[in-house]
Structures are given as structure tokens and as C-alpha cells.
Design a protein around this ligand. Structure first.
Ligand code: HEC
Ligand code: HEC
Length: 258
């Protein structure tokens, strides 16, 4: 816990303007609404959008039989993934009975990859991120539709608790910035609602495609907190909660963000 004085200094150095008031619960807005017009134009133009390189790389991996594999993804899911059910992709992350837990889109892809004899890759390996970006892009324009009832209900409660917990040297929660201060400026950027509908997204700041879990880790680093590890229960719960907040928004993958 840091002193109240330091907290105030850190907070005021972050937030240049004082919040006007809490966001009303039913006003769900994509990060797209908060970015600069030039960034929006870049996202909207397939030739300008740097995330499209990753979509194309994912498509190549999808259509090719990888070394050691018995099949290509396209053998079952159609050339260019045209037989994939985009409504089903829009429901990720999903609850899996067998694993009694949350399964992300990347994990589903990884499971399928391993089933056809590919060497298992670590979470967030560039090939997995490329496939994740490609598959999610297949569902571009589809409405995010994460399950919120049944076994998901209590997982969402846990995710929300993490979202509202203060972390790091700045002693703030995700909720402070993304539910209380959207629209306020921080280091020249407008704070958004921290929605997940654009991910994987291309980040101009770091020049890399970034999935939702990685973006969460980057915000924790910004908060001067120890980021939750890849595959940790915390990051899965937080990723699930963020994506459920995006229910009703259109999938924008690959979004372009600062
Ligand atoms: C041998 C056929 C086969 C191959 C090859 C295959 N898959 Fe699958 N895949 C399946 C089946 C069957 C399912 C389960 C479908 C279901 O649950 O409705 C599935 C499910 C998925 C899902 C989840 C979709 C959903 O509706 O939840 C994704 C994503 C996926 N596969 C991606 C891939 C990728 C990427 C590759 C290549 C690395 C691949 N698959 C290779 C048969 C295959
Ligand atoms: C000190 C303020 C602050 C805190 C606290 C914070 N973030 Fe962020 N976050 C930002 C800023 C600034 C950005 C970049 C602009 C934007 O999209 O909001 C951002 C971006 C994001 C985005 C990307 C949104 C998009 O559409 O591209 C996500 C997701 C996100 N944060 C999640 C989180 C989570 C989860 C936490 C808690 C672990 C958190 N943030 C805590 C300031 C914060």
C-alpha cells in the first residue's frame, strides 16, 4: 500500500482532466470510438491496416499442411476457413465441461493443432497468435456473444472482482480507468472502456499484434504491477469478464490501437 500523498501525485500525473462522472452501465462503446480519426482510417483500410499481415500469415498457416501434421486446418474447416461457424467464434471464450473451465479461442486452435500431429507450441507463440487473428477475423462484423449464465455466472463474478481490485504501485483497479474515466486523456491517449471486441489488435505503440491477454498484461505493467502469467486463472477470468462486457459490440479484428 502506498501513501495517500503519493497515490494522489501518481494519479494526477496520469489523469490530466478530472472525471466528469461515472459511465452509465448501458453505454457500451468500442475502443474504436476513442481513437484518433487517422487511426480509425488506418483500421478501416485493409491495405493500410498493419494487422492484416498477421491475418494473411494466419491464413497461410491455416491452408498449409505443417511439417509433421497429418492434415491442414482447411481439410476440415474449408479453404480459407470458409466452413467455420462465425457465430461460434463470436462466443469465445467458452465454458468447457471436460476441462471444467474457460477455453479461449487460442486454446481451441491449439487443441485442434495438436490433434493433427503438430508439435505443441507455447501459449502466444507467433503461429498461434497468427491463427487466432485469422480465425477471429473470419468472424469480423459478427456480434460478441459470450455466455453469461450457467457455469459462467460465478466465473464472471470472480473476473469482475479482479477487475475491481487495486493493483500495483499506482494502487488503482482496471475499473478506475476503464469504467470511471473513459474519455479522459492519459499521456496523450483517450482512455476507452477496455473492451475486447477488437482483439487481437495491432498496437502502433509497440508495433505488434497483441491479443487480449497480452493487452491485459501490458495494462498491469502500466499500473506498475506484476502482470498475471499467461495461462494463469486470473488472466483467463479477467479476459472472460472483459469480453462479456463487450457483448453486443461487433468484432473488429484486427483493430488498430495506440
Ligand atoms: C480432422 C479435422 C480437423 C482439423 C484438421 C482441424 N480441426 Fe478444428 N475442429 C475440428 C472439430 C471436429 C471441431 C469441433 C467442432 C465443434 O465443436 O463443433 C473443431 C473445432 C475447432 C475450433 C473451435 C470452433 C468452435 O465452434 O468452437 C477452432 C477455432 C478450430 N477447430 C480451429 C482449427 C485450426 C486453426 C486448425 C488447424 C491448426 C484445425 N482446427 C484443424 C476438426 C478439425
Ligand atoms: C491508469 C489507467 C489504466 C488502468 C488502471 C488500466 N488501464 Fe487498460 N488502458 C489504459 C490506456 C491509457 C489504454 C489505451 C487507450 C485505451 O484503449 O483505453 C488502455 C487500454 C486497455 C485495453 C484495450 C482497449 C482497446 O479497445 O484497445 C484493454 C483491454 C485494457 N486496457 C484492459 C485493462 C485491464 C484488464 C486493466 C486492469 C488489470 C487495465 N486495463 C487497467 C489505461 C489503464
Amino acid at each position: 500500500m502506498i501513501s495517500r500523498k503519493l497515490h494522489v501525485i501518481l494519479l494526477s500525473s496520469f489523469l490530466l482532466v478530472v472525471a466528469t462522472g461515472p459511465l452509465s452501465a448501458n453505454e457500451v462503446k468500442s475502443g474504436y470510438e476513442y481513437i484518433k480519426p487517422a487511426t480509425r482510417a488506418m483500421q478501416d483500410d485493409d491495405f493500410e491496416n498493419p494487422g492484416m499481415f498477421t491475418v494473411e500469415r494466419g491464413m497461410e498457416l491455416f491452408n498449409e499442411k505443417q511439417h509433421g501434421a497429418s492434415k491442414a486446418c482447411s481439410d476440415c474447416h474449408g479453404i480459407d476457413g470458409l466452413k467455420m461457424d462465425t457465430k461460434s467464434i463470436a462466443r469465445y471464450p467458452v465454458y468447457n465441461e471436460e476441462e471444467a473451465g474457460i477455453v479461449t479461442l487460442q486454446k481451441s486452435i491449439s487443441n485442434c493443432r495438436n490433434n493433427i500431429g503438430n508439435k505443441a507450441l507455447p501459449t502466444n507463440h507467433p503461429d498461434l497468435i497468427a491463427l487466432e487473428t485469422f480465425v477471429r477475423n473470419r468472424a469480423f462484423g459478427e456480434t460478441v456473444n459470450v455466455q453469461t449464465d450457467g457455469p459462467m455466472a460465478q466465473l464472471l463474478t470472480k473476473g469482475k472482482t479482479i477487475y475491481q481490485t487495486r493493483y500495483g504501485l499506482i494502487d488503482m483497479s482496471c475499473s478506475h480507468c476503464h469504467s470511471l474515466y473513459p474519455g479522459q486523456m492519459i499521456r496523450g491517449q483517450k482512455i476507452s472502456q477496455g473492451q475486447g471486441n477488437g482483439f487481437p489488435a495491432y498496437r502502433l505503440d509497440i508495433g505488434e499484434i497483441t491479443n487480449l491477454h497480452q493487452r491485459i498484461q501490458q495494462c498491469l505493467t502500466l499500473m506498475r504491477a506484476e502482470p498475471f502469467a499467461a495461462d494463469s486463472e486470473e488472466i483467463k477470468l479477467l479476459g472472460l469478464y472483459l469480453m462479456s462486457r463487450s457483448n453486443g459490440l461487433k468484432i473488429e479484428t484486427p483493430a488498430v490501437r495506440y
